[in-house]
Design a protein around this ligand. Structure first.
Ligand code: ZN
Length: 239
């Protein structure tokens, strides 16, 4: 997902490392954020999960981010096996570097041409890095209520649209040590988790829109890329 200042919530402190959902401790909104509170569309983003797998990532190399119609964005990924972990660990610094440079708050392996089921997220609460590695993430529960949130995607630069998704999700995943965790999330993190897991199934946020709106955004992206290529071409020809 793209990083958008408008999405920045006021974050609760990161809790204990127990790997379980924890209520927010942030001031006067804590009551509103208790379990079962309906999230109204358009409300400021909130989240209640904490990040047990936060792994400080050394910065790696920036990778090219793929855009439609690249087939990598439409392919289902293969689950990461323990024997894949060396490859995954080697890629993580590059994934984080690519995401931070974009800048973005999430990046899934297919966006850099890797067909394995993993993604990285960092919502940068209070502008502080909180990297999260999600290996084999899967949504195991969703709330009955829905939330609408504006989303973007590093693979669809400059394109934004309101996307409706379950307001809260529980996600099971493995961290960079291949330890299994379960978290519950709402608000921005819930949307980001669903967005990145979608990528691992070959789904883009525009697939949640009407065909009319989706085609409009994809055509706009293609047009903008063409214009950008036309602007860059004369300069590169000289250089
Ligand atoms: Zn995306």
């Amino acid at each position: 997902m793209m990083r958008d200042p408008a999405w920045h919530p006021s974050f609760p402190d990161v809790g204990s490392a127990a790997g379980r959902c924890k209520s927010s401790r942030t001031g006067n909104e804590a009551g509103e954020r208790s379990r079962g509170t309906k999230i109204e569309p358009g409300r400021p983003p909130r989240y209640i999960a904490h990040m047990t797998s936060a792994t400080p990532a050394p910065l790696g190399a920036k990778l090219p981010i793929l855009m439609p119609p690249h087939p990598s964005l439409r392919a289902r990924t293969r689950r990461v096996a323990p024997s894949d972990m060396d490859q995954v660990r080697a890629l993580l610094p590059d994934m984080f570097a690519t995401m931070y440079a974009a800048p973005g708050i999430g990046l899934a392996a297919p966006q850099v041409g890797v067909g394995l089921r993993f993604a990285v997220i960092d919502l940068m609460p209070d502008e502080t890095p909180a990297p999260m590695v999600l290996i084999n993430p899967e949504v195991i529960r969703v709330s009955e209520d829905w939330a609408v949130r504006e989303e973007g995607c590093l693979s669809l630069p400059g394109q934004y649209a309101d996307v409706t998704r379950p307001a809260r999700v529980a996600v099971r995943y493995q961290d960079a040590d291949f330890a299994t965790h379960e978290i519950e999330a709402e608000g921005l993190l819930a949307a980001c988790l669903q967005h990145e897991i979608d990528h691992l199934d070959g789904v883009l946020f525009v697939d949640h829109l009407s065909a009319l709106k989706r085609n409009m955004l994809l055509r706009k992206l293609a047009k903008e890329r063409k214009q950008m290529a036309a602007q860059i071409a004369p300069q590169t020809a000289q250089g």
